[in-house]
Design a protein around this ligand. Structure first.
Ligand code: NDP
Length: 255
């Protein structure tokens, strides 16, 4: 399908990967539903969408994905009458060794990165069957590989990958595709939100470069490009895929 005129929900569209993805969909003429909690940042993402395409319609939904999944889908249908693509991008990253993490952190991460995706998918699915649409989940390299002191986040993304494959199978006979992207490190607000200073996050990204076969970390455009690809007809025979966008890091084995 061409993405022009299609109705696309992007959760976590206020910053980072989601903001760039919303802008890319708008540029292609999609009607974008921007979801997040921070109104000011959502409005600035919406302005960037308008700059990319002054004619593209949009809907801003100030909503917490852990609480408002049904509202997000219902509001989209109320405004546009259909749903073609659901991009489950909203997510949080937190670190902690098993000796320190508590169950609140476990619940917070799983509620945001997994449970909300389950609910959004459940409410969206009948509409996607009608429109013959598709879902793109934003997972992580942490879903495919294991990292010290990141157990809960890794588990949330590994579960999201498995959810992606299972729902791809559930909906395949209805011709609804479900895929995921698995980015490596990409400079966004994510490190700062996890408590790093700007300097610490920059230093972390700089040091990370050494671990990437392509010699650098990623940028949001590279993830948005892959999301657009998976949401479009260019990937019409791809479903259940978890696509690493990580400069080859998933393939590395220390020696
Ligand atoms: P950001 O922190 O910049 O963006 C996260 C987005 O999620 C924000 O728009 C935030 O919006 C939204 N969000 C978080 N919690 C909620 C919630 N409860 N309800 C609604 N919206 C929420 O990070 P990224 O752009 O980097 O992250 C996007 C996705 O990419 C995440 O799923 C992350 O796990 C994944 N990812 C990121 C990587 C990276 O290195 N950056 C690497 C691999 C994966 P608001 O604050 O307005 O609610």
């Amino acid at each position: 399908m061409s993405l022009a005129g299609k109705v696309v929900i992007v959760t976590g569209a206020s910053t980072g990967i989601g903001a760039t993805t919303a802008e890319y969909f708008a540029k292609l003429g999609a009607k974008v539903v921007l979801v997040g909690r921070n109104e000011a940042k959502l409005r600035s993402s919406a302005a960037a969408c308008r700059l990319a395409n002054k004619d593209a319609e949009q809907l801003i939904l100030i909503a917490d994905v852990t609480e408002k999944a049904e509202y997000i889908i219902d509001s989209t249908i109320q405004k546009f009458g259909q749903l073609d693509v659901l991009v489950n991008n909203a997510g949080i990253f937190e670190t902690g060794n098993i000796l320190d993490v508590d169950v609140d952190q476990f619940d917070r991460i799983l509620n945001t990165n997994l449970r909300s995706v389950f609910l959004l998918t459940k409410y969206a699915a009948p509409h996607l069957v009608k429109s013959q649409g598709n879902i793109v989940n934003v997972s992580s390299l942490a879903g495919l590989r294991s990292f010290k002191d990141v157990s809960v986040y890794c588990v949330s993304k590994a579960a999201l990958d498995q959810f992606t494959r299972c729902i791809a199978l559930d909906l395949a006979s209805k011709n609804v595709r479900v895929n995921a992207v698995n980015p490596g490190a990409v400079a966004t607000d994510i490190g700062i939100r996890n408590g790093m200073t700007v300097e610490e996050y920059a230093a972390h990204l700089e040091k990370s470069k050494e671990t990437y076969p392509l010699g650098r970390t990623g940028v949001t455009n590279e993830v948005a490009d892959a999301i657009i690809f998976l949401a479009s007809d260019s990937s019409s025979f791809i479903t259940g895929a978890t696509l690493p966008i990580d400069g080859g890091k998933h393939a590395v084995c220390p020696r």
